[in-house]
Design a protein around this ligand. Structure first.
Ligand SMILES: Cc1cc2nc3c(=O)[nH]c(=O)nc-3n(C[C@H](O)[C@H](O)[C@H](O)COP(=O)(O)OP(=O)(O)OC[C@H]3O[C@@H](n4cnc5c(N)ncnc54)[C@H](O)[C@@H]3O)c2cc1C
Length: 464
């Protein structure tokens, strides 16, 4: 549907004429995210202030108009796609750093600030914000928080939930709330900060965040280790996690992925190697050598074919080149890809990998696995041709999720649920707990205007 012009006038009064896009060709481009799904919104709002968002949410409530918040649309699950049309509220113009309190190690930002901008600010005072999705140059802090985004550093420094002090948000009911405090400790009230983080915009719109910064490591050493098979590589991961020098990154690449790298790049990787770990160790100049040595000893077990440490920046780049060659190689393998990010307890990774190999044979679907082994978080990539293999790929995916849950895991470590995994959520979360979550959603958003039909099953609202 298109919105009545009198309603559009109300949004213009709330946000200003230049912050409302009503032409179809302008609205169309706000209908995508990286899931490749698309739905055209009826209206796009580009607010610049908290107060404008407050007014816009009130109008959406009055007319029961669905409202989807959008950061930069890099999400992979369709969470920012306006599947029921209505309003897209893009935070791209709320891109100001409001306060940089380096002495208390935090930074207060608007939601549209890019992750990379936070890192640049923090670096001026030798600090950094740990969440490091590989999309950091393009994705917004609001999107990071709403998805609880993370990356390789999560193994040591945690995700957004561990690195956010406080939030200001507007609930679906159109009320401004303040969660957390500017301190690194605090136990007053319920922890609504952690509740909003990872809620994918279904409870409230984050309009401000105070992020907790960490001191930048003085040094980071890079290690690449090749193994005879995945089981041995994961044994090394468990060994590494059992000693006291917790790595800054602990990434795994499986045999199929190594073959892809060999076939699509000029990189020389020992032919016997069937698994690889990329490890980074951080610390002070004075103790980095001993920490690196401890990690090397833990990684260098029987079945380790080769272990290399980079001596300088050039060698670091060379060691990471194999991992970086992987994404383009995947794109060349098959026309379609399902990229999941399941998590299991680290010690269950060998079983997960063995069973994934069996599923690959059963459904004749190529599966390539790599990712954040230190968190038990694997990117399971199903590569196929949708014109011939759509059904087997979907059945294979169902089995991947069933297997993950059987191993005590969770369906997503960082990408979230959106629409892609919404129908699987009730397999992971029991009915009583899910019902409590739906009641919480109702409290925050009684008219179910925020991202309806996403993230939790049965939150569907359809407006006409
Ligand atoms: C090449 C590539 C690499 C990636 N690598 C990683 C990775 O390493 N790790 C990782 O975790 N993710 C990764 N992602 C996924 C994605 O970049 C992250 O989820 C990112 O946090 C999304 O940010 P965004 O600004 O693009 O949000 P969007 O995609 O615009 O939105 C994502 C969700 O957040 C909600 N949202 C956005 N802003 C707000 C707000 N202010 N208040 C409330 N809700 C809001 C939206 O409604 C939606 O539900 C990758 C994506 C790409 C394309």
């Amino acid at each position: 549907m298109t919105l009545d012009s009198s309603i559009i006038s109300k949004f213009i009064d709330a946000c200003g004429k230049n912050s409302v896009l009503a032409d179809q060709d302008e609205r169309w481009v706000y209908g995508y995210d990286n899931s490749k799904q698309h739905a055209c919104p009826d209206l796009v709002l580009l607010p610049q202030q908290h107060e404008q968002i407050l007014q816009a949410v009130k109008i959406c409530n009055e007319y029961k108009i669905p409202l989807t918040t959008r950061g930069r649309g890099t999400g992979t699950t369709g969470a920012a796609v306006p599947i029921q049309a209505g309003v897209i509220l893009s935070t791209e113009r709320m891109n100001q750093v409001l306060e940089f309190d380096n002495k208390n190690r935090n930074i207060r930002v608007e939601p549209g600030v890019l992750n990379v901008e936070v890192q640049k600010h923090a670096a001026e005072k030798n600090l950094f914000w740990p969440p490091d999705p590989s999309s950091a140059d393009y994705c917004s802090i609001g999107g990071n928080l709403a998805c609880n985004a993370a990356g390789p550093r999560a193994v040591k420094y945690g995700t957004c939930r561990e690195n956010t002090l406080s939030l200001t948000a507007i609930t679906g009911a159109g009320e401004a709330i303040h969660t957390g405090s500017a301190t690194t400790k605090g136990v007053v009230g319920l922890d609504l900060t952690r509740l909003l983080i990872g809620s994918e915009g279904i409870l409230g719109i984050i309009t401000e965040a105070r992020l907790k910064l960490s001191p930048k490591p003085e040094c980071i050493n890079t290690i690449r280790a090749l193994y005879k098979n995945s089981n041995i590589a994961i044994e090394a991961v468990v060994n590494i996690l059992a000693q006291s020098a917790l790595p800054y990154a602990l990434e795994f690449i499986d045999s199929g992925s190594l073959n892809l790298i060999r076939n699509n790049s000029s990189l020389e990787l020992d032919r016997e190697a069937r698994a690889m770990l990329m490890i980074e160790v951080d610390g002070l100049n004075e103790n980095i050598q001993s920490s690196t040595q401890a990690v090397l000893s833990a990684a260098n077990i029987v079945g380790c074919i080769e272990i290399q440490t980079a001596a300088d920046e050039q060698q670091k780049t060379q060691l990471w080149a194999a991992r970086k060659a992987l994404s383009p190689a995947l794109r060349s393998f098959a026309p379609n890809k399902i990229n999941e990010d399941v998590v299991v307890p680290v010690t269950q990774l060998p079983t997960l990998l063995t069973e994934l190999e069996k599923l690959s044979k059963k459904y004749d679907i190529a599966i390539f696995n790599f990712g954040h082994a230190g968190n038990g978080n694997l990117h399971v990539n199903l590569l196929y041709d949708a014109t011939k293999q759509e059904e087997p790929a979907r059945n294979c995916l169902n089995d991947v999720f069933e297997l993950t849950l059987k191993l005590g895991g969770t369906l997503s470590g960082e990408h979230g649920v959106g629409i892609a995994k919404r129908d699987y959520v009730s397999q992971e979360i029991d009915a009583t707990t899910l019902s409590l979550m739906l009641k919480i959603k109702q409290q925050f958003d009684p008219n179910n205007i925020l991202n309806p039909g996403k993230t939790l099953p049965s939150t569907g609202m359809h407006y006409n």
